[in-house]
Design a protein around this ligand. Structure first.
Ligand SMILES: Nc1ncnc2c1ncn2[C@@H]1O[C@H](COP(=O)(O)OP(=O)(O)O)[C@@H](O)[C@H]1O
Ligand SMILES: Cc1ncc(COP(=O)(O)O)c(N)n1
Length: 268
């Protein structure tokens, strides 16, 4: 009955299909696992901006967790947009590793275009309740900086920031490198494991505006690969390659910050 590896995303829908739950489900599909999605929120957005958002009632999120718990064998779960303190508390009371597997936390706090997807009130609860639950946390450079209080400017500061996130309770930490400087040659991410071992992921910098969903896809592929039984270093390396392949050969959808091209990763 449960012959296929099953994974879950707890995330928001971005109506343009580029980010949030649609991106996660596409990434699960190309990773060869069966993906499910608990909807927390929905945003009105396009390749220019996010203009509005609504949160799901927490009773409905409770019902989604209860429905999945009764029926499936989920090996790993990832979180995306949680949005408010109420949703964070709802996730905290519903998530249990026995039912929902390993937990990958993508701290969706600030998008790369400066939109806040987590309100101020929720921030403290995210740090207190969600970070200590994380088997893996995958902040981008700005989120790592905000969460750790360490300015990301070098490999050394990425390591200091990752260790600080471990002190906050996350077991394994992946700090994604900066990619704002058009003259940079590569983008490097740090994978720091619970036992202190670490690995750098390095790929060429790609100059493109079509980057919507990179963080979602990166953490979703890690979730899928961990669910399949892969080690975190292997999972992160696969995810880095999938994102690189998806941004290095763009599809032209929308006018500005368009979606990434997962077909290019899938065809490899
Ligand atoms: N312009 C780029 N060139 C190469 N790699 C990139 C680029 N932008 C993002 N990445 C990679 O994509 C993955 C997701 O990172 P990032 O876009 O920073 O996450 P987020 O969407 O959370 O801001 C990381 O592995 C990062 O190194
Ligand atoms: C609903 C939703 N969830 C997450 C993101 C983050 O997107 P990205 O992966 O580009 O940081 C987003 N833009 N919208």
């Amino acid at each position: 009955m449960n012959s296929k590896v099953q994974v879950l995303t707890v995330a928001g829908n971005d109506c343009d299909g580029s980010a949030g739950m649609p991106a996660d489900l596409h990434a699960f599909f190309i990773s060869g696992v069966y993906g499910m999605g608990i909807l927390t929120a929905a945003v009105a957005g396009n390749s220019y901006e996010i203009s509005d958002q609504v949160l799901m009632p927490t009773e409905f999120i409770d019902h989604q967790f209860a429905a999945l718990k009764k029926d499936f064998k989920i090996a790993a779960t990832k979180t995306g947009m949680l949005g408010t303190s109420a949703v964070i508390k709802c996730f905290h009371r519903n998530f249990a590793p026995e039912s929902f597997g390993k937990l990958v936390v993508d701290p969706v706090i600030i998008t790369k275009h400066g939109n806040f997807l987590l309100d101020n009130e929720a921030y403290d609860d995210f740090v207190k309740l969600i970070i200590p639950m994380a088997d893996v946390i995958t902040p981008n450079a700005f989120e790592a900086q905000t969460l750790s209080g360490v300015e990301i400017e070098s490999r050394e500061s990425m390591m200091t920031s990752a260790k600080r996130l471990q002190e906050l309770g996350a077991k394994n930490v992946i700090v994604k490198g900066k990619h704002e400087n058009p003259t940079q040659e590569k983008v490097e991410d740090l994978v720091l494991k619970a036992d202190g071992s670490y690995q750098w992921l390095s790929m060429p910098y790609v100059s493109t505006e079509r980057l919507n969903g990179t963080g979602d896809v990166f953490s979703a592929v890690i979730t899928a690969e961990i669910a399949k039984g892969n080690d975190l270093f292997t999972a992160a390396e696969i995810a880095k390659n999938v994102v690189y392949d998806s941004i290095s050969k763009p599809i032209i959808v929308g006018h500005r910050h368009g979606p990434i091209n997962l077909w290019n990763a899938h065809s490899k």
